[in-house]
Design a binder for this molecule. Structure first.
Ligand SMILES: [Zn+2]
Length: 269
């Protein structure tokens, strides 16, 4: 297959946005949708191997080929087994923009949509808001849009730290929050009162959102521990500590974190 051939081949395929990978937006086409193209698909996969270049993704090297503004790759070896072609925008910055959009609450997913449909939404900027909360059954308790947006502005103002020791195992960020008595114990609060107004205000706000996560979150099991996890805008939030007065840590991570080693088991899906 020549590049010219390839251009006309890909132009008549049906492409569908891959919903399960919001951190790396792409679309794919399946052999099962159009079995008559089996040989062409194999030829195209061979062209990627021969005319493309190697790119590292996660722990694997892939051969990719750029045609027009799109980058193509396949995953099956031997080539004769190829039954899927993936593609995404070759421009990394543009792809990052799409990634942040599909992980935001503004993204309006419809089944069967293409990557171009996603881009159209970004460009038109007229999508209605959809509630992005996790994968819960529909009869689960869900927060109101107002509460969601309040939560969004709270997490946006926090100063998140990266958990360095977990970087290659379970990458996440965290914030710490302590009540006044603990701040005094650690020498960080010099307030006269038993509970000073300043500590109380930031602590009350923190506890409010800890309870929010515990009320609306879903159960997620990791390494035999079940956490209550609240999912929003492509990230999952969970807290550590019980009772509430000794909850000091709020964590967050990408739901689809590619570097995470332990498998997450979602118990409420
Ligand atoms: Zn204080």
């Amino acid at each position: 297959m020549t590049l010219e051939h390839a251009e006309s081949f890909i132009s008549y395929l049906r492409w569908q946005y891959a919903k399960t990978y919001p951190s790396y937006p792409h679309e794919y086409t399946c052999l099962s949708w159009q079995p008559e193209i089996k040989q062409q698909m194999i030829d195209f996969a061979r062209l990627i191997q021969e005319a493309g270049y190697t790119e590292r993704f996660g722990k694997r090297d892939y051969r990719v080929l750029v045609i027009g503004n799109m980058k193509y790759w396949t995953m099956d070896f031997p080539l004769e087994n190829t039954d899927l072609i993936n593609r995404t925008y070759a421009d990394e910055q543009f792809r990052a923009k799409v990634a942040s959009y599909v992980q935001s609450g503004k993204f309006n997913y419809t089944k069967g949509m293409s990557l171009a449909d996603v881009t159209k939404q970004i460009e038109s900027g007229t999508t209605d808001f959809i509630v992005p909360v996790g994968n819960l059954p529909s009869d689960f308790l869900q927060p109101s849009l107002e509460e969601l947006n309040e939560f969004r502005s709270y997490i946006a103002k926090l100063k998140w730290q990266t958990a360095k020791t977990f970087e290659n195992f379970s990458p996440h960020q965290y914030v710490l929050n302590f009540p006044c008595w603990k701040m005094k114990e650690d020498g960080k609060c010099k307030g006269e009162d038993e509970t000073c107004a300043e500590c109380k205000e930031q602590r009350d706000e923190f506890e409010k959102w800890v309870l929010f996560i515990r009320k609306y979150g879903e159960r997620c099991k990791m390494l035999k521990t079940v956490y209550i996890v609240f999912c929003i805008d492509g990230r999952q939030y969970w807290t550590m500590g019980d009772p509430l007065e000794t909850t000091w840590v709020l964590n967050r991570a990408l739901i689809d974190e590619p570097r995470r080693v332990p498998k997450l088991e979602w118990l409420d899906k």
